[in-house]
Design a protein around this ligand. Sequence first.
Ligand code: C2E
Ligand code: MG
Ligand code: MG
Ligand code: MG
Length: 284
Amino acid sequence: VAKGAGKNQWRRYQAHLHTEMVERLELRSALDHAVNEGHFLLHYQPIVDLPTGTAVGFEALVRWHHPKRGIVTPDQFIEVAEESGLVVPMGRWVLEEALRTVAEWRRILPPGQAPYVSVNVSVRQFRESGFVDQVRTALAHTAVPPQALILEITETLLVKDDERIWTDLGVLREMGIRIAIDDFGTGYSSLGYLRQRPIDIIKIDKTFIDDMVTSSQPMALVSGIVSLAQSLGLTVVAEGIESATHREVLVRLGCPLGQGYLFSSPLGPTEVLAWLRSAQPIAV
Ligand code: C2E
Ligand code: MG
Ligand code: MG
Ligand code: MG
């Protein structure tokens, strides 16, 4: 009996693997279709000055407008997009669309009040040659100054010895674009290692912000990151601020910038201007 049960279990396991593989292949081909048809859109989440609550920029976050499933968030497809390389053409569209949008904000809003846009970039995009030129061309086409663009690279995706990426980041930074390390704290890089690197901003991953109010160790960690970053001349953005307590603690620790549901969830392109006009900044 036991042997038979084991055999059944094995078959179920095989069937499960098979289903998973088929699902991945289906996702990949649907994504391929979405890239060709342009079934993506961007949502924008405000990044605010923590003490005053004033928006300084927006992070562009991609969404897949799926014909049957509606708006799909990247946690459901970004991994497959990375693996398959489809993140490269998708990322090109994201960059161009984000710059078109920031150009429009700059046309509509009073000078000096237009927020910057922060765009997530996959390391796959850097591995394809010509990424730097792509950025330069997109800026020229939209007439957006490089100072209005931030590029975010996830810490875990940065392979330490990938010198070519650092070289490209250095060139982009020379152009006036700011570079942010996303999800900082989830990878292995220390701030000491990042010291000699062409970066401007550290984004502290939201897991640290979550844990900060319930235990003292993450709070000490966040405090350490903030003070060390500042001594290195880097700006810090805290991610995933959901409560007034999170914000108060961060302000007390001297963290200058943050984003999270407390201020706003990511907004559709038409909602951004309305939000900027109606949301009254609340100082702590
Ligand atoms: P990320 O760059 O770290 O973006 C922050 C994520 O946290 C976003 O999820 C955002 O909606 C979510 N978030 C913001 N505030 C809060 C909060 O207060 N609480 C919680 N629980 N979550 C919050 P989203 O939009 O699903 O994006 C997930 C990830 O997908 C991003 O993480 C980024 O790594 C990746 N991604 C998004 N757009 C792009 C893109 O255009 N290109 C590439 N390569 N990756 C992208
Ligand atoms: Mg990001
Ligand atoms: Mg992040
Ligand atoms: Mg992330």
